[in-house]
Design a protein around this ligand. Structure first.
Ligand code: PLP
Length: 393
């Protein structure tokens, strides 16, 4: 059975061109980019070429790019790196950030920093005025994501950057789910720090980057060698970085065409499902969203059960719930938007990538209505809800 992979926000497949670019550095170009001999210098040149591609993707200068092990490390470096300059200071973030930001902020809070978590509206958007109102004299950093990983909702980061600049506060953008999907320019946004992760746009897992605006004081988290301008010690992951550079080049080249193609597929999926499946809806359908992400709720079913049902039919998707301590917890993003735990647990995320085809989406449309109907036929809450709708007599 050919599988249909619609979980690119979790991890996107490495593109053939990216793999080709990486292979020499896994096979015979094994030098350490810090070595002065031929092998080392070959690796160094490749790393610096990749740095240029990554810088070009986000409108940065090469000296402002720090390679990391991925989105989580980039987010941690941004938050700890700025916070550590002023112990006990104040940070503003939102309730819908990825755990890489949220849990880091909670940890900072336990260690004496003050954190404000600003809310979102029912369409999953942060109101920049809430960020402004949360400012305090001791605020050092604002961290708000460019696009949410579960809903795809694009946040008003330009407006937040303006508020941060006026207040003299640093601004970090977690752009892990935006890079390569929508145009991103750090100078246009006006941010000081921005995180990206390779495996979300078809490079390999375990590599990413943090943009650090020139002149930003950031303390390192890792100490050791003098790599990455003393902002991140550790031998560079040369094959991973080369792949990141190639993926960045391809993403920039294809951005406009892919954006149109993927939003077309996403809109087709949503209108077909809305037409064929009762009691369902699009999450944050009125917000601007990245083109590759669709999140839909299917009342009266458990998303986890639908994930399993679709998996058995050859489709990889994810649900709006996460397993935590053995229990299925509704997503913090959906509950922050005001969803009941039941509706949040009924949500499914479909996320497309460069390898997703119209045939993949049509295949999903072909089986989804029946899969939902089957689960509802054995759902007590569905039968109770339907019974209470039927007029007596
Ligand atoms: N930030 C966002 C918005 C994400 O979606 C993710 C991963 O899903 C991360 C950060 C963490 O990135 P990584 O998996 O590269 O550590």
């Amino acid at each position: 059975m050919p599988r249909v992979y619609l979980d690119n926000n979790a991890s996107a497949p490495v593109l053939p061109e990216v793999l080709e670019a990486m292979l020499p550095f896994l096979r015979d170009q094994y030098g350490n980019a810090s070595s002065i001999h031929h092998n080392g210098q070959t690796a160094r040149r490749a790393v610096e070429r990749a740095r240029q591609e990554v810088a070009d993707l986000i409108g940065a200068r090469t000296a402002e790019i720090v390679f990391t092990s991925g989105g989580t490390e980039s987010d941690n470096l941004a938050l700890w790196g700025i916070a550590a300059v002023r112990p006990g200071s104040h940070i503003i973030t939102s309730t819908i950030e990825h755990h890489a930001v949220l849990i880091t902020c909670e940890e900072l809070q336990k260690r004496g920093w003050q954190i404000t978590f600003v809310p979102v509206d029912s369409q999953g958007r942060v109101d920049p005025e809430d960020v402004r109102r949360a400012l305090r004299p001791e605020t050092v950093l604002i961290s708000v994501m460019a696009a949410n990983n579960e809903t795809g909702v694009v946040q008003p980061v330009d407006a937040i950057a303006k508020i941060a600049r006026e207040a003299g506060v640093r601004f970090h953008v977690d752009a892990v789910q935006a890079a390569g999907k929508i145009p991103l320019d750090v100078r246009e946004i006006g941010c000081d720090l921005l995180s990206i992760s390779g495996h979300k746009f078809h490079a390999s897992q375990g590599v990413g980057a943090l943009y650090v605006r020139r002149g930003t004081r950031l303390l390192p988290m890792l100490y050791g060698g003098r790599h990455e301008r003393e902002r991140r010690a550790g031998t560079e992951n040369v094959p991973g970085i080369v792949g990141l550079g190639e993926a960045a080049r391809i993403a920039r080249r294809d951005l406009a065409a892919e954006s149109l193609r993927l939003s077309g597929l996403r809109n087709h999926l949503e209108s077909a499902v809305l037409a064929e499946v009762p009691h369902c809806g699009v999450v944050a359908g009125q917000s601007p969203r990245v083109p590759n992400t669709s999140n839909m709720y299917f009342d009266y079913i458990e998303g986890e059960s639908l994930v399993i049902a679709l998996d058995l039919k050859g489709f990889s998707v994810s649900s709006g719930a996460a397993c935590s301590s053995g229990a299925v917890e509704p997503s913090h993003v959906l509950t922050a938007m005001g969803f009941s735990p039941e509706r949040a647990r009924s949500c499914m995320r479909f996320s497309f990538g460069k390898l997703t085809t119209a045939a993949d989406v049509d295949a999903l449309i072909g089986i989804l209505p029946e899969a939902v109907a089957r689960l509802r036929s054995i759902s007590p809450t569905f039968h109770e809800a339907m019974a209470s709708r039927v007029p007596a007599g």
